[in-house]
Design a binder for this molecule. Structure first.
Ligand code: GLU
Length: 488
């Protein structure tokens, strides 16, 4: 282990956001490659919005992705507790010290007064900011009012000047202090705010590198000044580019397409999700898009992360998903699609277990055709329909009806099928059927379109003789029989 320590500090206020997953992966990979420590600290300072359910979902989601932390609320560690709300004692001591040194001051302004100031500034088209009323109260007066029980917030005193951040992704970024407000470190109810606790806890946990989303870049000068006020060296910062929608606007929880759980529920394979997230702001070599997580860990460096926003390309995501599915072994793919089959009410878990060979063959025929696990039930639905009630897709029926001799062809094919030896392999039967079609001077679609409609109701799909084999001959014959009426 080196001294390198990185962390993620998720706020447990909702679903597991893909942006958080990406930040976690990048931090984890950075530490893993370099023998560092990866810390998970729950940032539950927003008491009204934080929930335990959300915390549990975040931990579960990240663990599902394969991101493992060395220290965290569930696994403990030398700097416990790893839930910010449980670290209040340490926060209080620091605030006292900063008040004493003059880096912070008490602000007695009431919310009503602050609202009035803001209103006046907004009317004058000025950027709303604190007007500094309490900035220069004498220490004695400040102490006296506090002792008298007057409620106060604690503000950080921003000094004159400018701060330059040496960001590992973005290079040097300079912030003029006059643009930064004397920000609140502790609210009137005593509760500390994000910018304060994050520094206090990163310091206490000896965090050396902070990699997080670009939305936090604006907070970095505030945090850097706080480190300096405490006489401490800030960690190295690296701000990961925003994940943007196709409209180039930031992907937000509200846009509804950011929750890890939705992608899992929609049947994206884990490997594809990880692969896709790795590509959000980072590239292996500018060409290779498909790689596994070990390759990512081996090659990832914060300095290779791009500055420009990462456009979230859902088509590429689906493509990666399809590609992952194609590379899976059938038993593994069968295991992944099984829950979707059960959920669709097609088979129970025990049906799947007892007909595992059959199920795997059903799966094998769709491997090239599905892009998401969730598409599987829709593709095989006809196998679970009653023989006399197969749903015919319009396109399948129209294709079948193009052939005037369809009923005659289906009738003689059924006769032919009845005469085939039991246990004949689908390959052998396919060869024989093709010869049968040719002998009659027909074109293949003259048989195959009506037959496919009869058996599956679909216009395209897996090999028809595989279908016959999977359905069983009796069921296939019953479906042909029905079709002779329905397609008449
Ligand atoms: N709680 C913050 C967030 O979820 C963490 C910010 C940070 O990493 O400093 O965005």
């Amino acid at each position: 282990m080196t001294d390198l320590r990185v962390r993620i500090a998720p706020s447990p206020t909702g679903t597991v956001h893909l942006g958080l997953c990406r930040t976690a992966l990048f931090n984890w990979a950075y530490a893993k490659k370099r023998g560092g420590t990866f810390v998970l600290r729950v940032e539950d300072t927003d008491k009204t919005r934080s929930t335990r359910e959300s915390e549990e979902a975040i931990l579960e989601g990240l663990r599902w992705l394969g991101v493992n932390w060395d220290e965290g609320p569930d696994v403990g560690g030398p700097y416990a507790p790893y839930r910010q709300s449980e670290r209040a004692g340490g926060h209080g001591v620091l605030i006292e010290e900063l008040l004493r040194s003059g880096s912070a001051y008490r602000c007695f302004c009431t919310p009503e007064r602050l609202a009035e100031v803001r209103e006046v500034q907004e009317k004058a088209k000025e950027t709303p900011r604190y007007d500094g009323t309490c900035r220069d109260l004498s220490p004695e007066e400040s102490q006296r009012r506090a002792d008298a029980g007057e409620p106060f917030a604690v503000r950080f005193r921003i000094p004159d000047g400018a701060t330059t951040i040496h960001d590992l992704v973005r290079g040097d970024v300079t912030f003029e202090h006059k643009e930064i407000d004397d920000w609140i470190m502790a609210r009137r109810d005593g509760s500390p705010t994000y910018n304060f606790v994050v520094v206090s806890d990163d310091l206490a946990m000896k965090i050396t590198h902070v990699f997080r989303g670009e939305e936090h870049l604006v907070n970095t000068p505030k945090q850097t000044l706080l480190y300096q006020a405490m006489g401490q060296e800030p960690p190295r910062f690296g701000h990961l580019p925003l994940m943007l929608g196709k409209d180039r606007k930031k992907l937000s929880k509200r846009s509804g397409d950011t929750a890890l759980g939705d992608y899992i529920a929609n049947g994206y394979p884990k490997e594809a999700i990880v692969n896709f997230l790795c590509l959000q702001g980072w590239a292996l070599d500018g060409e290779t898009e498909v790689f596994d997580v070990d390759t990512f860990v081996e090659n990832f460096d914060i300095e290779n992360v791009q500055k420009a926003g990462a456009v979230f390309d859902i088509d590429k995501f689906r493509w990666l998903s399809a590609d992952t599915i194609r590379r899976m072994g059938i038993p593994e793919l069968a295991q992944e699609v099984a829950p979707f089959t059960v959920k669709a009410g097609q088979m129970s878990e025990s049906d799947i277990a007892s007909r595992q060979d059959w199920f795997q063959r059903l799966v094998a025929g769709e491997q090239e055709r599905i892009e998401l696990f969730s598409e599987f039930p829709g593709r095989v639905a006809s196998f679970f329909e009653a023989d006399d009630a197969v749903t015919y897709a319009d396109k399948a029926e129209a294709g079948a009806r193009k052939h005037d001799a369809r009923i005659e062809i289906l009738r003689s094919f059924a006769e032919w099928l009845k005469g085939r030896e039991a246990g004949e392999s689908p390959e052998d039967m396919a060869g024989a059927a093709k010869a049968w079609v040719k002998d009659r001077g027909l074109k293949f679609p003259a048989l195959f379109q009506p037959l496919r409609c009869a058996l599956t109701g679909m216009a395209g799909g897996r090999d028809l003789f595989d279908c016959i084999d999977l359905l069983g001959r009796d069921s296939a014959l019953a479906r042909i029989e029905t079709a002779m009426t329905r397609l008449a």
